[in-house]
Ligand binder design. Structure first.
Ligand SMILES: [Fe+2]
Length: 201
């Protein structure tokens, strides 16, 4: 089983002072981010033990745990290099990013105000994010409550199964297991394989 590891910070713990303290950065990176890395690894280990018949697990709870910790790892791994040492960051973007922000948000100031608002209004704990939407080739804002996307953010989806009732109610009534059993008969494995081929190294 492959394990996740904590990526090093691209600068020292005190590099963002006085804006973010050495203490905050140290705790955030070595305690919180490390905990997500450990949590993701622990969840994978539980799943593997269950597959080997060595442990009984609540699969739903373990997968929820895995998603939470995986996403914590992914989001923080982006968060650190999203920042630069004091004196080297801040200001306004240039280049293609500036053009895209101007195009999609009507100017940097408008973007900054709305991103700030998004960050302020996340319910409870979470994230504000700027995303590139491949469907429209444009930039969009989103919020994450907590960090549990319940899918692996940033990971390419290879195979999906819709278990909303709209996917099976007319066929098998509320018998979701029957629907799933049926579905296995129609999986397009060559499509799944070609999706993997596009993203695997
Ligand atoms: Fe964090």
């Amino acid at each position: 089983m492959k394990n996740y590891t904590l990526p090093p910070l691209p600068y020292s713990y005190k590099a963002l002072e006085p804006h973010i303290s050495e203490k905050t950065m140290t705790l955030h990176h070595t305690k919180h981010h490390q905990a997500y890395v450990n949590g993701a690894n622990a969840a994978l280990e539980k799943l593997e033990k269950a597959r080997r018949g060595e442990a009984q697990i609540d699969t739903r709870a373990v997968l929820r745990d895995f998603s939470f910790n995986y996403d914590g790892n992914v989001l923080h791994s982006i968060f650190w290099p999203n920042m630069a040492p004091t004196g080297k960051g801040g200001g306004a973007p240039g280049g293609k990013l500036a053009d895209a922000i101007n195009r999609d948000f009507g100017g940097f100031d408008k973007f900054k105000a709305q991103f700030t608002d998004a960050a302020k209004t996340v319910e409870g704990v979470g994230w504000a994010l700027l995303l590139h939407d491949p469907l429209t080739e444009s930039l969009v804002l989103t919020q994450i409550e907590k960090q549990n996307l319940m899918h692996l953010g940033g990971a390419a989806i290879l195979l999906g199964l819709d278990v909303w009732e709209h996917a099976y109610l007319y066929d098998v009534g509320p018998d979701r297991p029957k629907y799933i059993e049926n579905w296995w008969n129609v999986v397009n494995w060559s499509d799944v394989d070609s999706r993997l081929g596009k993203v695997a190294k």
